[in-house]
Design a protein around this ligand. Structure first.
Ligand SMILES: Cc1ncc(C[n+]2csc(CCOP(=O)(O)OP(=O)(O)O)c2C)c(N)n1
Ligand SMILES: [Mg+2]
Length: 546
């Protein structure tokens, strides 16, 4: 036991739990927490220029490292500003801890208009966090932080929130800090594992459908070994990219809005093993799972099991533990798979050719990007033309190295998410594929990048438009273009004004050389590439659309 304030107990508990970085923006209600950081230099405090970007950075840090990203914000407007980032982390199954201030305890829910007051503040986060709690006494801190960690590290990884009133933070008491704990992940039911193995070993055309849960469980090694052991064809969703190296012979291709190889591969499957995926296909398709196809679904979230399709075997478990158990049970058994590696390669290449025909310019750019980037470079694919097409055409070679927003499709997240990823991976290349519209959302955090030496490369593909919306008008509204053209600053000059490096290309064919130089810069770089507006994949009818 030692005397400490609530704020000190909070910061010391974070240190004990292994938190290394906090992304935040101060204000009067949380200054005691800032003061407590003064005495804990082991935690790096990154001050962002907007609470939304603090949340994105915490998310990018979490998803790229597997550690817990923390965002710290004032109540009311700070928390509301952070909400789009927390919602993105929720959609993307990312374990972010949001610490929010709160008005004085005597003012909570009084509706008196205390500074930053929002009545029932935690309710705002109800549908974008998996767990929330208010701390009202110093002695509650250790258990609250510990429980937050349990929530973050078990089950489906999703954000959680803690709220602390401003007058509670300086209150002192004898507090017993808790030791960190290794929380056990959920093991699969052995009976269900046996059932899954019996189906998989008899399968003639086994297909593995890999979602984000493979990456977040660090299960790509197990998934790859299983694909080899049963000779399965593997399809990865946009969130599941990196679950198996996309140059691995078992990899059959991506699936994004029905584009990719699923429409060729899925109809051939007799057994489908889906791992860590919502199994949501966005549009009705002819190749949807059929009752005669045996579907085995592994997911950490029981709500996802059986939600969209009838399942033969539903396993609620951590993906790594479930795949390990399946591998152990398979030991010594032979498989019945009829796939040949040439066939799998044919599926992969055919889908790639279709993408190339649909989007020749985008694929040319993406091929240049792949050539210049290291195998383990971390890519944040923005809600932008090159971002979408990279789901289909950018081969991801290592897990946790390709981040998208999943179903939230949050414009503006790419650059700040890249900053968080770079803080967690200072020795790896981190690149954001941005559009001109999306990049402007968080332009101010170029200052954060320069101040903190976070040397990412933001590639801004500039078509002078909110291109996806403009193309929507071209296609669905017969060219009635309104409200979608943009006036932009000179991005290179703007970057230079912030103290970053700015490069403006006259021609996109200069991209390879320019990127190679940008990756060596010892500064954050904004690389502006001129493009035209191109139709996104989701505005093109996929093969097999109904
Ligand atoms: C927060 C948010 N607001 C609006 C949208 C709708 N939206 C999707 S794409 C897009 C245009 C993006 O423009 P830009 O970043 O320049 O990329 P481009 O499509 O031109 O490649 C818009 C407005 C969104 N997805 N998210
Ligand atoms: Mg644009």
């Amino acid at each position: 036991m030692a005397q400490m304030t609530t704020a000190q107990a909070l910061v010391r508990s974070l240190v004990r739990e292994g938190v290394e970085v906090v992304f935040g923006l101060p204000g009067v209600q949380i200054m005691d927490i800032y003061d407590a950081f003064y005495d804990e230099p082991s935690i790096r405090l990154v001050t962002t220029r907007h609470e939304q970007t603090a949340a994105y950075m915490a998310d990018g840090y979490s998803r790229s490292t597997g550690k817990i990203g923390v965002a710290l914000v004032v109540p009311g407007p700070g928390l509301l500003n952070a909400a789009a980032g927390i919602g993105t982390a929720y959609a993307s199954s990312s374990p972010v801890l949001l610490i929010a201030g709160q008005v004085e305890s005597y003012n909570i829910n009084q509706g008196r208009g205390a500074v930053h007051e929002v009545v029932d503040q935690l309710d705002v986060l109800k549908n974008i966090t998996k767990w929330r709690s208010a701390i009202m006494e110093p002695g509650q801190v250790p258990e609250a932080v510990h429980e937050a960690m349990r929530q973050l590290k078990t089950g489906r990884p999703r954000p959680v929130a803690l709220e602390i009133p401003s007058d509670v933070l300086p209150k002192a008491a004898d507090v017993e800090l808790l030791e960190p704990e290794v929380f056990p992940k959920q093991s699969p039911d052995p009976v269900l594992v046996k059932e899954a193995v019996s189906l998989l070993s008899k399968a003639q055309r086994p297909v593995i459908w890999a979602g984000s849960g493979v990456n977040s469980a660090d299960a790509s090694g197990e998934l790859t070994r299983l694909a080899e052991a049963i000779n399965a064809a593997v399809i990865a969703t946009a969130e599941g990219k990196g679950a198996i190296a996309e140059n691995h012979p078992q990899y059959a291709g991506p699936c994004y809005y029905g584009h990719g190889s699923a429409h060729q591969v899925i109809p051939q499957a007799d057994v489908i093993l889906a791992v860590g995926s919502r199994l949501h296909f966005f549009a009705p398709v002819s190749w949807a799972f059929k009752p005669e196809q045996d579907l085995i679904h592994i997911d950490a979230d029981p709500e996802e099991l059986g939600r969209n399709w009838p399942e033969k075997v539903s396993i609620c478990a951590d993906a790594k533990l479930a795949l390990k158990a399946i591998l152990a049970e398979l030991e010594g058994r032979s498989h019945s798979s009829q796939w040949s590696r040439e066939e799998i390669a044919r599926q992969r290449n055919a889908a790639y050719q279709v993408t190339k025909e649909q989007a020749p310019n985008q694929v040319e750019i993406i091929e240049t990007l792949r050539e210049e980037l290291a195998d383990d470079a971390i890519v944040i694919s923005g809600i932008a033309s090159i971002g979408y097409w990279s789901h289909l055409a950018f081969p991801v070679l290592t897990p946790r190295s390709y981040l998208n927003t999943s179903y939230f499709a949050t414009l503006g997240y790419a650059f700040p998410t890249a900053l968080g990823a770079k803080v967690g991976n200072p020795d790896r290349q981190v690149v954001a594929f941005c559009g001109d519209g999306g990049f402007m959302y968080a332009l101010s955090d170029l200052a954060t990048a320069v101040q903190e030496g976070i040397n990412v490369v933001a590639i801004v593909f500039n078509d002078g438009a909110l291109g996806a919306s403009l193309m929507d008008q071209e296609v669905r509204y017969r060219g009635r273009v309104i409200g979608t053209k943009l006036h932009n600053p000179d991005f290179a000059m703007t970057a230079q004004a912030f103290g970053a490096e700015g490069i403006k290309l006259e021609d996109r064919r200069q991209l390879g050389e320019a990127l190679s130089g940008a990756l060596k810069a010892e500064k954050p770089v904004v690389l502006e590439v001129p493009i035209e507006s191109w139709t996104p994949p989701f505005q093109i009818s996929p093969p097999g659309a109904l």
